[in-house]
Design a protein. Structure first.
Length: 158
């Protein structure tokens, strides 16, 4: 059986994004009055009153820089929410953000998209990840929101 783990944006990358995001813009903090923003630093939804920021993030580019892959045209950047200040990171190892429709996008070790799958029901989420990682060519999976296509988090084999 394949085991995998959800990976938040790491602390060193968060520090960089809080200075300049992947589009070269400085972070702008705001108080989240309503709550509910999907935070990529700790993989939970924001609480009302928390200081958060919306920054541009290029997840595949950053992964490729670590692995030597060349994602070519698959390199992209998009908006992600994070705490405006350091946070404790994820609490527990449960898969986050599984209650709404999600797309699981599979990538090869060279950074190419191998396919994707729409997961509609929360109970289908873990089996869909198991299915994705059953393919030995899958190096990582991006979990994305359907409504905007935004990156939520990365999943890798353990």
């Amino acid at each position: 059986m394949t085991t995998y783990t959800a990976r938040p944006i790491t602390a060193p990358v968060l520090k960089e994004l809080r200075a300049l995001d992947d589009a070269g813009r400085p972070m702008v903090s705001r108080t989240d009055e309503e709550g509910g923003a999907p935070l990529r630093c700790c993989l939970r939804r924001s609480e009302p009153g928390e200081p958060i920021a919306l920054v541009s993030y290029a997840p595949l580019r950053r992964w490729a820089a670590q692995t030597g892959a060349d994602p070519g045209a698959y390199d992209e950047q998009g908006p992600v929410f994070l705490h405006a200040e350091e946070c404790a990171g994820p609490q527990g190892d449960a898969l986050p953000f599984t209650r709404a429709h999600r797309v699981l996008r599979r990538y090869s070790a060279d950074g190419r998209i191998l396919g994707g799958r729409l997961v509609e029901a929360p109970e289908d989420f873990a089996p869909a990840l198991t299915e994705a990682f059953a393919d030995p060519g899958v190096a990582l999976v991006h979990v994305r929101a359907v409504e905007y296509g935004c990156f939520l988090y990365e999943v890798r084999r353990v």
